[in-house]
Design a protein around this ligand. Sequence first.
Ligand SMILES: Cc1ncc(COP(=O)(O)O)c(C=O)c1O
Length: 354
Amino acid sequence: MVQFCIEKGMKDLKIIDLRSDTVTRPTKEMYDAITVAEVGDDVARDDPTTARLEKLAAKMLGKEAALFVASGTMGNIVASLAHEVRGKEVILGAESHMFNMEVGGISVLAGGIARTLNYPGEVPDVKMIEAAFRPADIHQVRAGLICLENALGNGRVVPREVMADVYALAGSRGVPVHVDGARVFNAAAALGIDVKELTQYCDTVSCCLSKGLCSPVGAILAGNEGFVEKARAYRKMLGGGMRQSGVISAAGIVSLEVMTKRLLEDHENARYLASALNGMDNITVDMEAVEINMVFAGIDKSPAWKAALPARLLERGIKIYGEMSRGFRFLTHNDVTRQDIDRFLGELTELLAM
Ligand SMILES: Cc1ncc(COP(=O)(O)O)c(C=O)c1O
């Protein structure tokens, strides 16, 4: 990269990080809030800033109570534990983060049996879920939890009506619904509705503060008071009881109060990036699939060219991950501006000609 800066006559080059929205840096407002955060011992339930974050999160998500946890993964595993899925089936998408990317915690820690469904386009299909319920028979395992994800890891948003149908079915079978809402505020922003319009169709929801919402650490798990009390004990069991957690909760409050309101800017930048990419030779983007801040692009170049792309871009100050099953993934977020996108497009155009 130093060589590239010298060649282009640049002194400093901003690193543009398109790998994920997990890379976002805390904002100045977060650093300011952190420096004046009132703290206590949250395990003893007297950290006022964490209590304020949890109250705010519960209110915004339309639930009775909420718990501050270390990560989205911790929120989901604590949810599985508190829903007591041991020896029961957990019905969830075959491509879902909870099944694929959380190290098997549903089974290893919570004792649940993953019943994965291959939904077309990854959007939950209520008929498939209905068919997954087993007959009441002594030989058969019972369903203990249905997990949905919104927004999906493929960048699509699950419509409110689909969530409503799944929730109605689950209710009729007496099975709770948990939503992995790592990006549920993105989903709501994309649909142009309040997040409560989505979270009304689940019993419990987890949501990340450290992705597009820019907190350095943390996630929320929300549900009714009894569930959250159980979840608090399971969080402690996992070693997730935190002491002066107000230091990081202070950033979480800024995430919820301020950063949730600007997500559409990331979505617009993603559409801008996607349509420019789609107009380039050798690149295809399914524009309909660009609903939040995620862009997946197919690049029609040799395997060697594609394998070298992340390193070539890194030399030019741009970070991306290597090709995934869904293609190359680019995420927009608070630290990526329109000018950054234009710079990325310029560099990519040069590399495509090679
Ligand atoms: C859909 C989804 N759920 C859960 C998580 C887990 O979040 P964390 O990385 O905070 O554990 C992620 C992280 O990327 C995610 O994309």
